[in-house]
Design a protein around this ligand. Sequence first.
Ligand code: SAH
Ligand code: SF4
Length: 373
Amino acid sequence: MSGVNLLNFDADQLAAFVGSLGEKPFRARQLLRWIHRRGARDFDAMSDLAKSLRSKLSQHAHIGCPGVLSDVIAADGTRKWLLDVGLGNAIEAVFIPEEDRGTLCMSTQAGCAVNCVFCSTGRQGFNRNLTTAEIVGQLWMAEHMLRAGAGGADTNRDRAISNVVLMGMGEPLQNYDAVLPALRLMLDDNAYGLSRRRVTLSTSGMVPLIDRLAVDCPVALAVSLHASNDALRDTLVPLNKKYPLRELLAACSRYLRTAPRDFITFEYVMLDGINDSDRHAAELVALVADVPCKFNLIPFNPFPQSGFERSSGQRIRAFAQHLADAGIVTTTRRTRGDDIDAACGQLAGDIRDRTRVGDRTARRVIPLTASAH
Ligand code: SAH
Ligand code: SF4
């Protein structure tokens, strides 16, 4: 592949690149539509661009997303791609179809440096930041594969993906510079045209960057709380030592001044005997009293040697009721795609644990299961 990867550019960056080829800025708009709305990869197919521009593009640029190592569909329709980002690293993207929406859960880093103790991505350690092309490439690939599957490969409408959540592998705010152009593309009418309310960034609590996001590109915000006091959160989310709860909750309140939604979603992983008692629930209610919020309880997803267990269904219901009784809208995440490990870094984590860099690729290519199509 020669030249720059155009999936790395948001609208302004693409306009600058097209300008550097001696072309008018509106050409960038056309190009953006071809790439992101139509899913084009081949410049020759871009019929309303002058031949001279197409030939310059072929010389200086390409359109490329991470290669698909596996593509599996669970019994409930959840679809998971394992993608090759080189040097033995794989990331994942998961599509979750629901009646009224289709949500793509995307990764932002290979591994993660935050090292939350209950997270298999964190346990893998940090490999590297993904580029904008590798982030937006997940959406580009998934949208156009899903549309092709639905028989509508070439339409400008009828998007398969209506919502995006940055809740896959990695801490998005620790890869801010690559994530920001990806977010802008998601919102751009010439690209994916999603409203800010339908794009959710989930963070473990990088306080200064929450403030920056509020200025640069306020999308819906989810914050991984997981504990009701600092002593407990210090042990679960090590970043808490740097940005303790008081500072984190203050950042959440500030964010709501520009946020597209009038609440923060707090994620709370339910760990048996660790953070799931009625006392924790009561402490949480007091903790978030000043922040308009909703809670999303996530039943812990076990992985080998995690040392944790999922809270019982009964305990989760009692915890949810406690929050609801205090007037907090609380949902419990349904476990989706259980049969394909489609949650929170499970598959890529599993593979990295088992194999060495040299022989990883062969093991990673998991054949499509019978349930796939
Ligand atoms: N790094 C970001 C986003 C990716 S993780 C963050 O931490 O917010 C997405 C969500 O999955 C987070 O709330 C995270 O804490 C949670 N999570 C991680 N490992 C999990 C596990 N094993 N079971 C359940 N939830 C988990
Ligand atoms: Fe990183 Fe999020 Fe996992 Fe924590 S939960 S280690 S921040 S991916």
